[in-house]
Design a protein around this ligand. Structure first.
Ligand SMILES: NC(=O)C1=CN([C@@H]2O[C@H](COP(=O)(O)OP(=O)(O)OC[C@H]3O[C@@H](n4cnc5c(N)ncnc54)[C@H](OP(=O)(O)O)[C@@H]3O)[C@@H](O)[C@H]2O)[C@@H](O)CC1
Ligand SMILES: Nc1ncnc2c1ncn2[C@@H]1O[C@H](COP(=O)(O)OP(=O)(O)O)[C@@H](O)[C@H]1O
Ligand SMILES: [K+]
Length: 473
């Protein structure tokens, strides 16, 4: 953002970029309020350009008849042009540090229709400072809608971490491009819905993070052609389930059958349960080594302590997805030494165990954790949870999945995901694409299956086909 802004600012008249930002911000505020005339708007204004954006947008709203009050965190360092514009438009300013203004600030926020958070944007570090934190509390307690400028103040733009107090917004109006903090939890939850305003920046080719959209996924989904047969479409091997957890095998196969491979081969002790539900599965109990040819393996869901199957699968020179119990049983040096791609799919608890840290610290720093795991194992890692991330070893953009729903937090839905992703691997997608496309379809299938009511993991598997059609339509 900084580099792209510098490049564009050098070519534009002074202040032009901020005017574009402010115009987009004011339009979004007006749309949210329905009408502007007579509305009470409070601007929370920090000492940087983020506050400048808020002031210029406030001036635009004041000119259309809104009553606009700016709350200045540091009056002597407020953006001078922005403040002058607001005053010219008839807005007024209060200062948080002035004792005589304190009651007026509280009153203004409590009775506002709209609070605009211009405390801090991409220039912020750490949670809100002690002078700013009480404003976040007041805004949250007020019945006003809260619009964050560029980012909810107090969240980390680059990582999605939240290290202290932060603004909770209903809408975030962001400029130029999405920042990782708007896509990755926990910060994402503070942003509300996000609207992107184009201010004409040319962005670098490679992003820190990318979120696939329908068209991207449609271009990656494997579709059989006239020359296809079941072997050319890919055979996926599923080494999962145990006498204790036969259901994990059934669910992984359920996901795999809807993932685009031409055949699903099941290896393990739950063959009878699998065949009873899915007669099209090729079943064997001879172990992965003697299973016959497959183009990709899934190992681990419900596998208990079957370390031998994990080792046999990892020894094969085809793409391998390691999930659940398999993650605990996989030898790190063996994974690192593999030449074919490895895709690991831990949830936060499993990732924490592999990294030797607490679950909470993985959830607080998802981006860091997924990159760290990918580095340590030399593998592609898909970190599941409220925000699913997929990172490649050796860096590059991290894929962020935006389709999920918390209804997916149901036992066995991870097994469906691993089967689905394994099937896409067998069909020839790279580990990064297979993981992120599977997460995308799985999230969408979860939404379709739940449709606002609780569901089981098998419901998710049955909705994968609707998700696929939705992406292709
Ligand atoms: N450049 C452009 O052309 C365009 C830029 N645009 C806009 O500018 C924004 C970036 O502006 P920026 O660089 O001025 O930084 P900004 O986010 O306002 O923060 C700096 C201030 O925050 C303070 N502060 C820091 N941490 C804090 C905390 N935890 N809690 C409280 N305060 C904290 C820090 O204080 P200091 O450390 O100096 O005491 C400093 O005063 C960007 O997000 C976008 O909105 C758009 O208009 C498009 C065109
Ligand atoms: N709060 C949430 N929001 C969105 N998706 C979630 C949430 N919690 C879990 N999920 C998704 O649900 C699935 C659960 O997988 P997992 O934890 O492996 O469960 P299981 O081992 O029971 O199959 C993952 O795809 C994960 O991303
Ligand atoms: K902000």
């Amino acid at each position: 953002m900084r580099a792209a802004e510098r490049e564009l600012m050098a070519r534009l008249p002074e202040g032009a970029l901020m005017q574009r930002a402010a115009a987009g911000l004011a339009a979004a505020c007006a749309e949210l309020m329905g009408r502007v005339y007579g509305r009470r708007v409070v601007l929370l204004v920090g000492s940087g350009d983020n506050g400048g954006d808020a002031l210029y947008a406030g001036a635009r709203l004041a000119r259309r008849g809104a009553g606009v009050t700016a709350v200045l965190l540091s009056p002597e360092r407020t953006h001078p042009g922005g403040l002058a514009a607001l005053r010219r438009a008839g807005g007024r300013a209060l200062a948080t540090r002035q004792k005589e203004d304190a009651a007026a600030v509280e009153r203004a926020i409590r009775s506002a229709d709209l609070v605009v958070d211009g405390i801090v944007g991409i220039g912020g570090k750490g949670g809100l400072r002690p002078d700013a934190a009480p404003l976040a509390e007041l805004a949250e307690a007020s019945r006003a809608a809260v619009v964050a400028v560029d980012l909810p103040s107090g969240v980390e733009a680059d990582t999605g971490e939240v290290r202290g107090a932060a603004i909770r917004a209903d809408l975030t109006v962001t400029f130029g491009t999405h920042k990782p903090g708007l896509l990755i939890d926990p910060a994402r939850e503070y942003a509300g819905s996000v609207r992107l305003v184009d201010i004409g920046l040319s962005l670098p080719d490679e992003a820190e993070a990318e979120a696939l959209q329908h068209a991207d996924v449609a271009a990656l989904l494997p579709v059989p052609g006239a020359e296809s047969d079941k072997y050319r479409r890919g055979v996926v091997g599923i080494a999962a389930g145990s006498s204790r957890y036969p259901g994990a095998a059934v669910l992984a196969v359920a996901g795999a059958l809807r993932g685009g491979a031409g055949a699903v081969r099941y290896v393990g002790p739950a063959g009878d349960a699998v065949i009873a539900r899915f007669p099209e599965t090729l079943v064997s109990d001879q172990g992965p080594k003697r299973a016959g040819r497959v183009q990709a393996w899934v190992v681990g869901p419900g596998a208990g302590d079957d370390a031998q199957s994990v080792a046999e699968v990892l020894a094969q020179d085809v793409p391998v997805l390691v999930d659940a119990d398999g993650l605990r049983l996989a030898d790190r040096d063996l994974v690192r030494a593999r030449k074919a791609p490895t895709l690991m799919t831990p949830h936060a608890g499993e990732a924490a165990a592999l990294l030797g840290v607490s679950r909470g610290s993985v959830e607080a720093a998802r981006l860091h954790s997924v990159r760290e795991l990918a580095e340590r194992y030399g593998a592609t890692v898909l970190l599941k949870g409220s925000t699913t991330l997929v990172a490649s070893p050796g860096g590059g953009p991290v894929r962020v999945n935006a389709t999920g729903t918390s209804w997916l937090a149901t036992a066995g839905s991870g097994d469906v995901l691993s089967g689905l992703a394994g099937s896409l691997l067998a069909a020839g997608l790279s580990a990064l694409d297979a993981g992120s496309v599977a997460a995308y379809l799985h999230g969408l299938a979860g939404r379709f299956a739940a449709d606002g009511a609780p569901m089981g993991a098998h419901d998710v598997s049955e909705s994968i086909r609707s998700a696929w059609r939705d992406v292709m339509s």
